[in-house]
Write a protein that binds this ligand. Structure first.
Ligand SMILES: [Zn+2]
Length: 383
């Protein structure tokens, strides 16, 4: 992290082209964007993008770089494990959106995300976290999952089911992982892609891979979703994963596991935040009404919800769902629409039990997008 700071630079100008590709191990989509600056073109590399009909996006991460956007990008030089150099994007400040830039939904076709099956299986990283004593973390994970399942079962068919624990890493492998990160808040380097670090303000993050193809009846279908939990605090700051106010980790901000994870599990099911930040594009809710700005004075139904965008250090209330959170799942996965099956998404990216549904187009696997959850400012997560 220190090296990053030393090599950091700001690239300011207009994005004139973007190219997205899968990494060689097919675990991530990355985008090379050319920024035209007064001193010439600079190519920067950002996590996320779109290949074919699949898109990967990091929610409350940085704004995706698109053609015509005027930006000031903070980036640093790094190498992949094959020692090739990349200029990695750390932060994106949008100075101006391209004319007519409108995002109407999560997919290009304007669809919201959903799972096709009647359930989603998750795999908990068997390494757990050293920041909670014994196996506490696994009990808290189960409790957070039960909070969703129990509260939505009267109005929704959807269930989160838990597979055997495994030593797992995140990636587009159709395995939905809950991963604790005690040491670094980064996705590790692989053969042709360097380490990708996340916003230090985020206590947790969910990356989902979904079909982004307006012509497909599977548009918006999630095929893979991974949750990462930030416990990478140190004596200078950052998060310590806690339960009931206690932690064995270090950091200046307690991230209550139930509070963070219950929020992330909402994203894993395809649920968005209850208000939008300055970085978010205009959005409408399920009834077509504009989603309010987080800076407006908001009703408690919005600010008290588990899916509210912000939290305070040590906060625990998001471990308990509100009616608004329950309604969201019950709207997307209504009891009356029960598919009556709980198919796993297989390696072709299809979780489709019924006939007539097409697997992902050949040559394309899936696309991901991620949600950051909680933001911290000067050691405090605040609204
Ligand atoms: Zn979130």
């Amino acid at each position: 992290m220190l090296a990053h700071a030393l090599l950091a630079m700001v690239v300011e100008g207009e994005v004139v082209s973007t190219t997205s590709r899968w990494t060689s191990d097919h675990s991530r989509i990355v985008t090379e964007a050319t920024v035209r600056t007064p001193d010439g073109d600079v190519i920067v590399s950002q996590l996320g993008g779109k290949v074919g009909t699949l898109a990967m996006r990091v929610f409350h991460g940085d704004e995706p770089l698109v053609n015509g956007m005027r930006v000031a990008v903070t980036a640093h030089a790094d190498m992949d494990t094959s020692l090739r150099a990349h200029l990695v994007v750390d932060r994106v400040k949008v100075n101006a959106y391209p004319l007519g830039f409108v995002r109407t939904g999560v997919t290009e076709g304007g669809k919201y995300l959903f799972w096709e099956g009647g359930c989603v299986y998750v795999t908990i990283d068997s390494n757990g976290t050293k920041e909670l004593p014994g196996d506490t973390e696994f009990a808290v994970v189960e409790a957070s999952i039960d909070e969703w399942n129990r509260n939505t079962q009267s109005c929704s068919y959807f269930q989160i089911l838990v597979d055997e624990r495994e030593d797992v890493e995140v990636g587009t492998d159709m395995k939905n992982v809950i991963k604790f990160r005690d040491a670094t808040w980064c996705r590790p380097a692989i053969a042709d892609d360097p380490q990708r670090c996340y916003s230090p303000d985020a206590a947790g993050l969910t990356t989902a891979v979904y079909v982004d193809d307006a012509s497909s009846d599977r548009d918006g279908a999630i095929v893979d979703a991974d949750i990462e939990l930030n416990g990478a605090g140190d004596l200078d700051g950052g998060f310590a994963i806690s339960h009931m106010g206690l932690t064995q980790g270090v950091g200046n901000c307690l991230s209550d596991l139930g509070n963070t994870l219950t929020h992330e599990l909402g994203h894993l099911q395809g649920i968005e935040h209850t208000c939008r930040t300055r970085a978010d594009p205009p959005r409408v809710d399920d009834e077509g009404n504009p989603v309010p700005s987080c800076e407006a004075s908001l009703a408690p139904a919005i600010t008290e919800a588990t899916m509210y965008n912000f939290a305070e250090c040590g906060e625990t209330k998001k471990a308990t769902l509100t009616q608004d959170d329950i309604d969201a799942v019950c709207e997307v996965y209504r009891l009356a629409d029960d598919p009556g099956s709980c198919e796993r998404v297989d390696e072709s990216g299809c979780g489709c039990a019924s006939s007539g549904e097409m697997p992902l187009p050949a040559g394309l696997s899936a696309v991901g997008f991620a949600f950051l959850v909680l933001r911290r400012r000067r050691g405090i997560l605040r609204p």
